[in-house]
Design a protein around this ligand. Structure first.
Ligand code: SF4
Ligand code: SF4
Ligand code: SF4
Length: 253
């Protein structure tokens, strides 16, 4: 059965409640003010004011995390037609087993008029968080944030399968790979594509609707930078209350 957006929003994990209050205060100081409810409660839209964006992608965070390139993805979610070519491409490229996933499409049905319903889709994947709870809790440092690219990666051989990172991830982005005997997750196709000179991830390259825009958010000429900095565009991240600071941004249009 398809996973629903509402279920995603209700996921239990370490969440904001267990974040030290200093962390939460810092998150708010960065200008990530919650301005309204987006789509079902805990998925909230952020202020789209310029200062908020500067704080999110160009200010304090980038100075603190000077990745070069700083890989990010913008998802233009209302363009998604649920064709699932992104999922198929990910499975083929990254040898994802049938019971696992690195990306999926969540779904919701909205009442848009009397007896009239509309389906909405939301692609999700690892957010390559700037402050990743999964990395913080891993007892063996099997999962880590790559110092060069900001990608959250796995040392499979160091993973002891304790699943602590799975419980800590606010985005349900990890699964246990029986064959690898280790946790697996999206790594922005680093080993399978980026390290071989490809510019796009498999899911972004396969999408016929240009939903997934991938690139270097530290580069003002990149599509991701331009989309996130467009003055009138509303951009949000999922579950900002956790303080994880995702590098996957959502927008419409
Ligand atoms: S989305 Fe989850 S797995 Fe990915 S970096 Fe954030 S906490 Fe870790
Ligand atoms: S970036 Fe690569 S690994 Fe991540 S979801 Fe897309 S295809 Fe899968
Ligand atoms: S390939 Fe693009 S349109 Fe198709 S399901 Fe994935 S994100 Fe949606």
């Amino acid at each position: 059965m398809k996973k629903r957006i509402e279920d995603f929003a209700k996921l239990e994990n370490e969440g904001a409640d267990t974040l030290p209050s200093a962390e939460r205060r810092r998150f708010l100081r960065l200008g990530l003010t919650v301005t309204g409810v987006f789509a079902g409660g805990t998925v909230l839209s952020l202020t789209s004011s310029r200062p908020a964006r500067g704080a999110l992608v160009g200010g304090e965070m980038l100075r603190k995390d000077p990745y070069k390139p700083h890989y990010s993805m913008v998802i233009r979610e209302d363009r998604c037609i649920d064709c699932q070519r992104c999922m198929d491409a990910c499975v083929k490229t990254n040898d994802v087993p049938e019971y696992g996933y690195r990306t999926t499409i969540l779904e919701r049905e909205l009442e848009v008029g009397p007896g009239e319903k509309q389906r909405e889709f939301m692609p999700v994947l690892c957010n390559h968080c700037n402050r990743p709870p999964c990395v913080r809790v891993c007892p063996t440092k099997a999962t880590y944030k790559d110092e060069k690219t900001g990608i959250v990666m796995m040392h499979y051989e160091k993973c002891i399968g304790c699943k602590t990172c799975m419980a800590a991830c606010p985005y349900n982005a990890r699964y246990f790979n029986e064959e690898k005997r280790a946790i697996d997750k999206c790594n922005f196709c680093f080993d399978t594509r980026l390290s071989k000179g490809e510019k796009l991830t498999a899911c972004a390259a396969a999408c016929p609707a240009d939903v997934r825009i991938f690139g270097d958010i530290a580069d003002p000429d990149s599509r991701v930078y331009k989309l996130v900095h467009e003055p009138t565009r509303v951009v949000w991240v999922l579950r900002p209350e956790t303080g994880a600071m995702p590098n996957v941004f959502y927008t419409k249009g």
